[in-house]
Design a binder for this molecule. Structure first.
Ligand code: GDP
Ligand code: MG
Length: 452
């Protein structure tokens, strides 16, 4: 898997500042292979790895994660972002019926999806009707009728199967555009609030098919055109998506056959190339095998990560505990060892835990600490952190050396007044004294100390 390969790229990088260019290049190569194996289209792989490289360059090596894990996290975050960046719900018409048109190649799963979508909508209280506009394949109309029956929804089709009693004259081989147009009128009269238009596909991209789909689109003025694509087709998905994007245009994507062993590269490719959101996922032949699309699941599928990401989250959490223990050990030698660097760590730990107002009351011993960390809000914390970051390591280790001229330099460096620096230093000494009296209780990193 990608994680195995990345682990062998990185050796002993942990805590070394930034990833080196050589490391990042090696990483990019591995990610590239992983994406190609997941059947992501080449131009998309190129763009994506470039974006990842940029981001990895800017990132410090985390203390909590090993570099492989860290890069996986970056890649995963980016994938989730791209796959889900613009996920949205179905758009409904202001005046019903809402019209959803399905388009895609033959065998993509349109007719199956029509049933799934209808059932799903019916469960939400809608009254959908399915419209049979695939008059090309001999059994297409019957297939939709079977699907409609299973889903418990009406089907509008050219006779003889028309549930409206056969008010259109087109039989199989008739005019799908007319069926489409008439179905809207039918839906209005029969009070169906949603119309799902199933269309014909061909085995490959074909000008006639595109023209017919475009004509149906013009006839029904759909609120959504969903491009239905078989996840198993991999790289071909890009060409198909582009052709349908140009020929018909679509507002959303549905991936089908995700129950197969496809690695899901089609999802990334289609999303990347068309910029349209993936809205639903189909994962089986039964009507229930259907769900709204989950970007996070797809991302881990593409990366082949399984539970890796859970492990990464856990590593991060454990890291916080490990830090806390380190701090406790350090302070067992007395508060004199508590430096401004530690103070900064503590402040950042507090910052990570959320708005400070909620927090002060929750911590053991924190009541007494209130004065020392007086009336801090989050902005105050950030400013404090900025001031400490403007100090030299020596100053952080030994705050007593911070004299007047150093204070001026620090103030200038962090963009505050000298008075702010004075206050911080005073506050630090006060906090250190007070924590000494409390035996190390009070700050988040020291919970362990208080147990001892
Ligand atoms: P259409 O030509 O686009 O209308 O495709 P169909 O809906 O007729 O589906 C073509 C074939 O794929 C049928 O045998 C379906 O049962 C099957 N199929 C559709 N969706 C899925 C899916 O999500 N998973 C699996 N395994 N098969 C599917
Ligand atoms: Mg069909």
């Amino acid at each position: 898997t990608l994680s195995d390969r990345l682990s062998s790229v990185f050796t002993n990088l942990r805590g070394k500042g930034r990833l080196s260019d050589a490391d990042i290049d090696a990483t990019a190569r591995e990610i590239r292979i992983a994406l190609l194996e997941a059947d992501v289209a080449l131009p998309v792989v190129r763009q994506f790895t470039t974006a990842i490289k940029e981001r990895a360059r800017g990132e410090e090596v985390s203390k909590a994660l090993n570099p492989a894990q860290q890069v996986i996290k970056i890649v995963n975050d980016e994938l989730v972002e791209i796959l889900g960046g613009q996920t949205r719900r179905l758009q409904f018409a202001k005046t019903p019926p809402t019209v959803i048109m399905l388009a895609g190649l033959q065998g993509a799963g349109k007719t199956t999806l029509a049933g799934k979508l209808a059932r799903w909508l019916r469960e939400q209280g809608h009254t959908p009707v399915l419209v049979a506009c695939d008059l090309q394949r001999p059994n297409a109309v019957t297939q939709l009728q079977v699907v409609g029956e299973r889903a418990g929804v009406a089907v509008y089709a050219p006779e003889p199967g028309n549930t409206d009693g056969g008010q259109t004259s087109s039989g199989p081989g008739g005019d799908p555009v007319k069926v489409a147009r008439d179905s809207i009128e039918f839906a209005r009269r029969a009070q169906h609030d949603m119309v799902i238009v199933d269309t014909a596909g061909r085995l490959g991209i074909d000008a006639d098919m595109m023209q017919q789909a475009a004509d149906i689109r013009d006839a029904v003025q759909p609120d959504e055109v969903l491009f239905v694509v078989d996840a198993m087709v991999g790289q071909d998905a890009v060409n198909t998506a582009e052709a349908f994007g140009d020929g018909v245009g679509f507002s959303g994507v549905v991936l089908t056959k995700l129950d197969g062993d496809a690695r899901g590269g089609a999802a990334l490719s289609v999303r990347y190339v068309t910029g349209q959101p993936i809205m639903f996922a189909s994962n089986g032949e039964k009507l229930e095998d259907f769900d709204v699309f989950h970007p996070d699941r797809m991302a881990s599928r593409i990366l082949g990560m399984g539970d890796m990401l859970t492990l990464i989250e856990q590593a991060q959490q454990h890291f916080d505990e490990a830090e806390a223990e380190k701090m406790a050990a350090k302070l067992s030698g007395g508060m004199q060892n508590f430096t401004l660097e530690d103070f900064l760590d503590q402040l950042m730990a507090i910052r990570r835990m959320g708005p400070i107002g909620n927090l002060l009351g929750m911590l053991p011993g924190m009541g007494q600490m209130k004065d020392a960390i007086s009336q801090v809000d989050d902005k105050d914390l950030d400013r404090t952190a900025a001031i400490i970051r403007s100090m030299t390591p020596a100053e952080r280790e030994n705050p007593k050396m911070i004299n007047g001229s150093r204070r001026l330099r620090i103030a200038n460096g962090s963009g505050v007044r000298v008075n702010d620096v004075n206050q911080l230093v005073d506050r630090f000494f006060e906090a250190r004294k007070m924590m000494g009296q409390l035996g190390g209780m009070g700050l988040p990193g020291m919970r362990r100390a208080s147990k001892k």
